[in-house]
Design a protein around this ligand. Structure first.
Ligand SMILES: [Ca+2]
Length: 349
């Protein structure tokens, strides 16, 4: 009888061991199947559209935000830094924030220009960050992070290219180890917003943008033409966003001045949010439905075409035009415009 019981106990122990062992490869497989979290730095001149993009990034599991680097652009450096801190805090993200360029690549003074209100965030008294920027300079942080993670860092750039160009000048060999730069910049294949042919981020520091394009690291460009028309956020969509919770309400309030600006321009009812569209391009491959491999050439000579970026499309040319460039840019030219807001809300709420 005792022998039978011992046999039964042994059989039971053996069965449990086999079951546990069978779980080990299954766990290993699921760990291997999970895609690695991408390491990103977000470079921003934080106004309302940047803030909405930071919140989108903070709510997205595909990426780890190693740091947020700020520069002058839509607002001055101090205000942009406070806006970035506040946006990250409301999203519950503890990514460190670093202050970078407060003047142009050339060293010239630059005046912040905002259609987004004095504070860049709708002038609704929204910005009360608890945290502060780190001591380390943004350019030093970018270089150190790329050095520590060679070939792994993606930079998502939502403002002028000044911080990036400065880093490229200071340590070109380090910056060659950047995996990808995602740039919200240029008019794409459509009209500009700073001039008929130039987009604001490029116009604010065209030599820096040119340095970035010509440097030799892969750049994916998201221009104005992918966030216009059907991609614009409507009043009804802002109402939905505002009702979705504290974060959605914060984003909606921060857009108050930009919506007034559009209304004053005779285009009430919907606004562009290019920074979040660019962020979504970086995060969600299904949002992007078409890209063009091309050469991007940034014009820096003073004049009417200042800060225009000309794209020489692959396969395009009459024999009269030179087209033997390196293809330094992947230009996003079609996205799911109709689904943009729904994809944004799905991640943020
Ligand atoms: Ca921006």
């Amino acid at each position: 009888m005792n022998t039978d019981r011992r046999m039964l106990q042994r059989l039971l122990v053996l069965t449990v061991c086999v079951m546990l062992l069978s779980l080990v490869p299954a766990m290993g497989e699921s760990a291997a199947a999970a895609p690695a979290v991408r390491k990103v730095i977000i470079d921003t001149d934080t106004g309302a559209d940047d803030a909405s993009a930071l919140i989108l990034a903070a709510k997205s599991p595909e990426i780890e935000i190693l740091g947020v680097t700020v520069l002058v652009g839509n607002v001055d450096l101090e205000q942009g830094t406070r806006n970035a801190l506040a946006a990250l805090e409301i999203a519950g993200c503890e990514a460190p924030v670093y202050k970078g360029a407060g003047e142009r690549y050339s060293g010239e003074e630059i005046h912040a220009f905002s259609v987004f209100g004095t504070d860049g965030m709708g002038d609704r008294d929204l910005i009360h960050p608890r945290g502060e920027a780190r001591e380390e300079n943004a350019v030093d942080f970018i270089l150190r992070t790329v050095r520590e993670n060679p070939g792994e860092i993606e930079i998502i750039a939502l403002g002028p290219a000044t911080n990036i160009a400065l880093a490229m000048d200071r340590e070109p060999e380090t910056m060659k180890q950047v995996k990808m730069i995602w740039s919200m910049g240029t008019a794409g294949l459509g009209p500009g917003n700073a001039s008929p042919v130039a987009e604001f981020n490029v116009y604010a520091d065209a030599p820096a943008y040119r340095r970035m394009l010509d440097f030799g690291v892969p750049v994916t460009v998201i221009g104005l033409d992918v966030c216009d028309g059907e991609a614009q956020w409507t009043d009804a969509q802002f109402d939905t966003l505002s009702a979705s919770g504290e974060t959605g309400h914060f984003i909606t309030e921060s857009f108050a001045s930009i919506r007034e600006f559009y209304a004053g321009n005779g285009s009430a009812g919907s606004v562009m949010n290019c920074d979040s569209a660019a962020m979504l391009c970086a995060l969600d491959p299904e949002f992007v439905s078409g890209t063009i491999s091309c050469h991007g050439s940034c014009l820096t000579e003073p004049g009417e075409a200042y800060a225009q970026v000309i794209f020489y499309k692959e396969g395009f040319t009459y024999d009269v035009a030179a087209n033997d460039f390196d293809y330094n840019v992947t230009l996003v030219n079609t996205v799911d415009k109709a689904g943009y807001f729904a994809r944004y809300l799905d991640r943020v709420q």
